[in-house]
Design a protein around this ligand. Structure first.
Ligand code: SF4
Length: 421
């Protein structure tokens, strides 16, 4: 379970007002201290995430966010981060407490979540009289409100939320019941139903993976798309053969039968294309990833924009994580150089990484995105959709590099039927 890549887990975000009990609920559900819990409103600053297993959902990442009513100096920044979480998650938990009626802010955020089509589990924190300040409130006059009564009093809540759980979050009595409620939801846009090689590998098929170990390769391990591809081949009872670029001719020669498919790192596309006989299908990890995360069609359509780039055209090169840059880094060095070789030497280039994908991309003439192996499918779809809606063409590294090397047609031929649908 610990090895499930972050991008493949169901991402669950916890939202609500400061001290509604989000952090306490997370700690109760995970049975450990994940979030900072305090009586002081606004204790959670940056979103805090934790990997765990919730059946039947499987491996999940749960993220605690800052309170939506944060009016401290850092409040605006925290709320911006909370909004970012909202765009990535597959499932939302919204937390309210029985001693406070839902506010206009609560309803605004619930509506915002609903607009994202994310299933919302509404959890009501049943506050006990003893936690209230007895000096200000005469405890004898206090009445305990059950979560059910709270929902009956505020029927507008049931219109936006799909599941409602009640509990006192400081007690673990209902832990399993609440986990069951969460596990019973159907998350939005999860990757679990898909796989990288869907429809491409049958039992007994031989697949060659070309994985160059150059300066940019991490020490002592393969990168995530390569590992995921190997695992998928094994799951499908195929035969996975792995080599570096230079060894590909020897590997092809040793095989008594042609491989079903050759998959290469995009950076070696040109050389591997020349080494691989034309009757053997060839594609790249990056193109497989684009198909897996969705919208390969849009990324292929985006290459048309390359033909109309001119001096001064604005191009955004965006990467999904903040890895350490190498001297021949693909995003900042190799791609700009390949574009130059094609005559695009005076482009106005902007680079972003990690969560820093701009909201407004309408000014760009083209977006070039990395393979996005570390991003959830939902986040990738959001970025592609944002570009398409704002009329900005978008490609990914694999599609761009195949196009620049004149082999895009070959690289997408294994999926031609899907692209034409
Ligand atoms: S830059 Fe993109 S493709 Fe490369 S490791 Fe990060 S998310 Fe994956």
């Amino acid at each position: 379970m610990e090895q499930t890549p972050k991008a493949n887990r169901v991402h669950i975000g916890f939202f609500g007002r400061s001290n509604a009990g989000k952090s306490t609920l997370i700690n109760m559900l995970t049975d450990q201290s994940v979030s900072i819990v305090s009586d002081v409103a606004g204790t959670t600053t940056d979103p805090v995430s934790k990997a765990m297993e919730i059946l039947p959902l499987g491996p999940v990442i749960i993220t605690d966010t800052a309170g939506i009513d944060d009016d401290t100096e850092l409040g605006a920044l925290r709320i911006e981060k909370t909004e970012e979480v909202m765009k990535k998650i597959n499932l939302a938990v919204y937390v309210l407490r029985t001693d406070e009626a839902p506010t206009v802010e609560d309803m605004k955020w619930l509506e915002q979540l609903k607009k994202q089509n994310v299933p919302i589990a509404l959890f009501i924190n049943e506050i006990e009289t003893k936690v209230l300040n007895s000096q200000q409130v005469d405890s004898d006059n206090l009445t305990f409100t059950s979560g059910e009564a709270y929902i009956n009093d505020h029927k507008e809540l049931a219109k936006v939320a799909t599941v409602i759980g009640y509990a006192n979050f400081t007690s673990s009595d209902k832990r399993l019941e609440l986990l069951d409620l969460l596990g019973g939801l159907t998350p939005l846009d999860i990757e679990g139903e898909h796989s990288l090689l869907e429809g491409l590998v049958e039992p007994g098929d031989t697949i060659i993976l070309v994985c160059p170990i150059d300066e940019a390769a991490p020490k002592g391990r393969l990168i995530l798309p390569q590992v995921q591809t190997i695992r998928d081949i094994l799951d499908r009872r195929g035969l996975a053969l792995v080599c570096q670029t230079e060894e590909l001719p020897a590997m092809l020669e040793k095989l008594s039968e042609k491989p079903k498919l050759v998959i290469t790192d995009s950076q070696a596309f040109g050389v591997v294309n020349a080494m691989t006989p034309p009757d053997i299908p060839l594609t790249s990890f990056s193109i497989l990833m684009a198909r897996y995360k969705g919208k390969l069609q849009d990324l292929v359509a985006g290459v048309e924009a390359l033909k109309s780039l001119k001096a001064g055209s604005k191009v955004l090169i965006s990467e999904g994580c903040t890895h350490r840059r190498q001297c021949d880094d693909i995003g900042t060095v190799k791609i700009p150089n390949w574009l130059k070789q094609q005559g695009h030497d005076k482009l106005d280039l902007t680079f972003t990484s990690g969560g820093a994908f701009p909201k407004d991309v309408s000014d760009y003439d083209l977006i070039i995105h990395c393979g996005a192996c570390m991003l959830t499918r939902r986040e990738v779809l959001r970025r592609i959709d944002a570009a398409v809606v704002q009329g900005t063409p978008i490609v990914n590294y694999g599609v761009l590099i195949a196009f620049l090397h004149g082999i895009l047609e070959r690289a997408i031929s294994p999926f031609l039927d899907e692209l034409q649908q």
